[in-house]
Design a protein around this ligand. Sequence first.
Ligand code: ASP
Length: 338
Amino acid sequence: MKSKILIINTGGTIGMVKTKKGYAPNGEYFRKALEDMGALKADIMPKWDMIETGQLLDSSNMTVEDWNEIGKLVADNYRKYDGFVILHGTDTMAYTASALSFMFENLDKPVILTGSQIPLCEVRSDGRDNIISSLLIAASKKIKEVAIYFGGNLLRGNRSMKYSADGLTAFVSPGYPLLAEAGISIRYNEAYLMKQGSEEDFAFVPFENVPIGVIKVFPGIQFSLFESIMTEDLKGIVIETFGSGNIPQNDEALLPIIEKAFANGTVVTVCTQCPQGTVSLGAYETSHALQEAGAVSGLDITTEAAVAKLYYLFSKGLSKEQIKKLMGISLRGEMGNL
Ligand code: ASP
């Protein structure tokens, strides 16, 4: 029997048309374009239906509420379909993929995000292959996780980052091998695919709009400027450090600020600015202070995934201690364990 896939259109370049003010989403045009695409009716293609989110967005406008809407559409249709293809703008696709990977517990079906750099209405659009291949991957029964398909590559969603603002291979996952490559055929990298999942235990955890911050460290950073955001309202903060978790030692202000954050109950997670490699707190004198102050090592987690994971853990209502512990452990293949 043919697989049944639900396409959820959330907006993004793929379904945009030219307007006087520049490209903007147009649901009606896009639905017609898909219905007219002969390839989507070919024998090898799965059956598909398409629904849209309430408002088609440029993904720069995505919010936690929008993630919840997408998550609910998948959850409400979970038993009716074999897989899901989510059409999404590229700008925040890696954030949404990370968010969905945590929102869905015990996922045992494919959730594939895709989009395009050039709208489908243009002759050179990359959207055509991205949709066709995503549907084939969603129908393949091999994937039990949230992934991004883009420009011939299938990537683990919570390991992905947008790499190119204009190239057609727009996403990379430097910390994790490709899940599949689409050449003449689609070759799955079986050893690296998520294995667990169970239909009965599948659960959807909507996120709360928890106040979270990100600080990127740079030479000359004046940490005292950030003191004002370290209030009891701030639940979690991700610090993007140099290399393996290093921060400048020459600004004495950092330690008191981190200590203040801890006293306030804020969870401090340390990531690296390097696309590849892992945080190793205490390896250098320059990361020692963070460790001493009780910061959690995010190992090789991306900032996108760290932000999404903080939303998830706080939305579960866990204690600060539990959240600190879980931030350092892989929950959905987002860190470590290669
Ligand atoms: N600004 C667009 C978006 O993220 C870019 C894209 O789709 O590629 O929605």
